[in-house]
Design a protein. Structure first.
Lengths: 358, 358
DNA sequence: TGTTATTTTGTGTACGTGCACAAAAAAAAT
DNA sequence: ATTTTTTTTGTGCACGTACACAAAATAACA
C-alpha cells in the first residue's frame, strides 16, 4: 500500500515556516538575499518534511532553454551510428517539453581534422552542453579543455577519454566484451579447433579505441586459457573494391590451417565476413561479431553468424542526454561512468531484443 | 540539425481557426457541443499543423486522479517478485506527478483462493486500472471477466492469459527461453555428455505456466536435435527441510549416469541446486538457471552456475504501469503483447547487467 | 525625528492546458 | 417584435513553480 505523498507545495512550506512563497523559492534555489532568520525557518521545515518539487510545474514555468549539441560520426544507412542518432532523436522528443533542444552535428570518423572543425564550429550556437563520441583521443582532449574553460559541460558516449572533466559516460566495457567473445566462441567449439582472428584496418587510420580494446580482451582470454596455438591472426584491409584480395587471403588461411572452425572480427561489419565465407563455401564456420546492424541480423538469421555482441547504442545516446538534462535542469547528481550491459545475441533471441525498445 | 517544433499551442490553433480556445478544447477532446462550422475550421487547422499537446501542462491542469492496483505474489527477500515490486515502485515515483497512484496488493502464489480473495477486495478501492501477474489461469479469467464488466482496464505481467480483453502484456516468451537454455547448455558441452533435467514441484500445486513452458521449450530443442538419450529427467520436491532426500536422489542419478556433465532447472532457484551439487562434490557440473536473484548471482560468481537467463522483471512492471498511464491519461495507443528480451548472462557480463538500470 | 539608502519580503503574472460557468448567438415560441 | 428556450461560444480561474518587481522593514545618516 502506498502513502499519498508529494502533496507538499512551496506554498505549504511558506505557511509552515511563516514566510512568503518568494522566500522559500530563494532558499530552495539559493538566489537573491534572505535574512538569516527566514533562512533558518525554511531550512528547518525542509528538514522535517520531504519536499519533492513538481517537475512538471517547474519545467512549465521555467523560461530557461537548453541547447545540447551531439557530435558523432556521419554514417551510411544501416551502420552503427544510425542507432546512436535514433537514441538522440528519442531523447530530443521526450525532453522537448523540458525546453531541451537537441542539435546533431556529424564529423568524418576517418578524418581527425573534420572532428576539430566541427568541434570548433559548435560554439557559434552557444550550446549549454555537448554530448560526443570521442573518436579521436588527442583532439578530444583539446576540445574538452576548451569546453571546460568556457564552462560548458560535456558527456561521452561509445568510448571515453580519461583525465578530463566530463559529466557522464555511457558505453560498453569493450575489453570485457572481447573477453566474452573469446569465451563464447571457444566454448561452443570442439576441442583443438582453430579460430581465425580477423584484424581489419584502413590504410593510414589506426583501429578505433573500441575495436582495439575488444581485441585486447579477446587475446586476454586466449592468454589465460593457453589457446594461443588455436588462433590465426589475419590482417585484411577494408576498402571499397578490395573484396577479391581479402577473399584470397582468407582462402589461403583456410588452406594453411584446415582446422579453422570459427572466426571473429572486432568491428561492427561481421556481415562482410559472412559474405566472404559464403562465397568461399565455408558456411559451416562459426562467426561472432558486434552490434545489431540490419545486415548482421540477416546473416545471423541465415545461420552464417552464431553470436552478436550488442551494446544498446540507442540507450547510450538517450541516457547521456537525459542525465545531462536532469543535471542542468533539476540539479540532479548523475553517475559518471555507466557501462551498458554486454548483450549476447543468437538467432533465437535476437528478435525479442530488436522489438523491445525500452 | 533540429527544427524548433512543438511550439504550437491551443491558443494558436484557436487564432488560426478563428474560434476560441474553449472550442478547440472541445474538438480536441470531443466533449461538449460544437457547431459543424467551427468543428470543420478547427479540424482543418489540425490537419495542416501537427499539434503535440504539452503533456506537462496537461497533467498539471488536469484534476483527474488515477489509482492503479498491482497484484502479484507475496515473496521473501531475494526472490523473483522482489524485482517486480521494484519496477512498480519506480513507476509509482515517476508517475506520481501525473496523478497516478500505485497500490500494491499481494496474494499467496500457492493458494488460488488467496488470489481470488485479494482480487475481490480491490473493488472497494475503486481502481482505475489493474496490473497483475496471472499465476492462476482459471481464477484470472473469472476476475478478468468481472473487470471487463465493470469497465476497469487491466494488464498482465510475467505471463499472459489469452482470450480476455487486456490492455497490455509484458513478459518473456518462456518457451523460447527454454529452447535457448537447451542450446546454450548443449553447445558448451563435449559431445555425448548427459544433462540432468531437474523438474521441481510442490506437493499439490502444479508448476507455474512459466516454468512449464520453459521446460517445453527445452524439450523441443532436445527433440529437434535428437538429444533425447542425453537427458535424464529427475523430479524433486521443493519443500522446507527436504534437502537430504533431494540430495539422495541426485546422488543416485549421478551413480546411474556418470556421464552427466550439466544440469538445468526451470524455476528461479538454481542456487539451491548449486548448493546440492557443491555438497555432493560435483562442482564441475555446468548449471544453467533463470533470473538474477542475488543468490544465483553469488553462485555464478563462485563458478557453480554457468548461465543465467534473465527477463528484466523491473522493466515488465514499470512498462506495464507506464503504458497504462499513457493509455488512460493521453489516450495513447499501446502495444498489446510485449516480449522482453531473453538475456543471456555469464560470470563475465553479469555485473554490467546488474548495474545498468535503465 | 525625519529622510534616504539598503536590505528583505511579499505579490503578481506567466507557462499551456482543463474545465466550469457566464455570455452571446441562434432558434423557437408567444 | 418580444420573450423564452436552446445551442454555441468565450472567458476566467486553477494546477505548482519561476521570476520580476513593488512593497515593506530595517539600517544608516543627517
Amino acid at each position: 500500500m502506498e502513502k499519498a505523498k508529494g502533496k507538499i507545495r512551496i506554498k505549504d512550506i511558506a505557511r509552515m515556516a511563516g514566510v512568503s512563497e518568494g522566500t522559500v523559492d530563494r532558499v530552495l534555489h539559493q538566489r537573491g538575499v534572505v535574512s538569516e532568520k527566514s533562512r533558518k525557518a525554511v531550512k528547518k521545515v525542509l528538514e522535517e518534511i520531504d519536499y519533492t518539487p513538481n517537475l512538471l510545474a517547474r519545467s512549465l514555468a521555467s523560461k530557461k532553454k537548453y541547447r545540447f549539441i551531439c557530435l558523432f560520426p556521419a554514417y551510411n544507412k544501416g551502420e552503427y551510428w544510425e542507432s546512436i542518432e535514433k537514441g538522440f532523436r528519442q531523447a530530443s522528443e521526450e525532453f522537448n517539453n523540458y525546453k531541451v533542444e537537441v542539435m546533431i552535428e556529424y564529423f568524418d570518423q576517418f578524418d581527425s581534422s573534420s572532428f576539430l572543425a566541427t568541434a570548433k564550429a559548435v560554439f557559434v550556437y552557444n550550446p549549454d552542453a555537448i554530448i560526443m563520441a570521442p573518436v579521436f583521443r588527442q583532439e578530444t582532449i583539446l576540445f574538452a579543455r576548451e569546453l571546460t574553460e568556457k564552462k560548458i559541460p560535456f558527456s561521452f558516449i561509445d568510448s571515453m577519454v580519461e583525465n578530463v572533466e566530463f559529466t557522464s559516460y555511457y558505453g560498453q566495457h569493450s575489453l570485457q566484451s572481447g573477453y566474452i567473445a573469446g569465451k563464447l566462441l571457444f566454448n561452443s567449439l570442439p576441442k583443438e579447433s582453430k579460430i581465425l582472428v580477423l584484424h581489419t584496418y584502413r590504410k593510414g587510420g589506426s583501429g578505433s579505441i573500441q575495436t582495439e580494446n575488444r581485441k585486447k580482451g579477446f587475446l586476454q582470454y586466449i592468454e589465460e586459457n593457453n589457446l594461443k596455438n588455436f588462433c590465426e591472426i589475419l590482417s585484411i584491409e577494408i576498402i571499397e573494391g578490395n573484396d577479391e584480395e581479402n577473399m584470397r587471403l582468407i582462402r589461403n588461411a583456410f588452406i594453411q590451417h584446415p582446422d579453422i572452425r570459427a572466426a571473429i572480427t572486432f568491428n561492427s561489419k561481421v556481415h562482410r565476413l559472412a559474405k566472404y565465407f559464403k562465397n568461399l563455401s565455408h558456411s559451416d564456420i562459426k562467426l561472432i561479431g558486434y552490434d545489431v546492424l540490419e545486415e548482421n541480423v540477416k546473416c545471423m538469421k541465415e545461420g552464417f553468424v552464431s553470436f552478436l555482441i550488442a551494446q544498446r547504442p540507442e540507450k547510450q545516446a538517450y541516457c547521456a542526454v537525459r542525465d545531462m538534462s536532469f543535471h542542468l535542469i533539476f540539479d540532479k547528481e548523475v553517475n559518471k561512468i555507466n557501462y551498458v550491459p554486454i548483450d549476447i545475441l543468437m538467432k533465437e533471441n535476437i528478435d525479442y531484443y530488436l522489438n523491445f525498445n525500452e
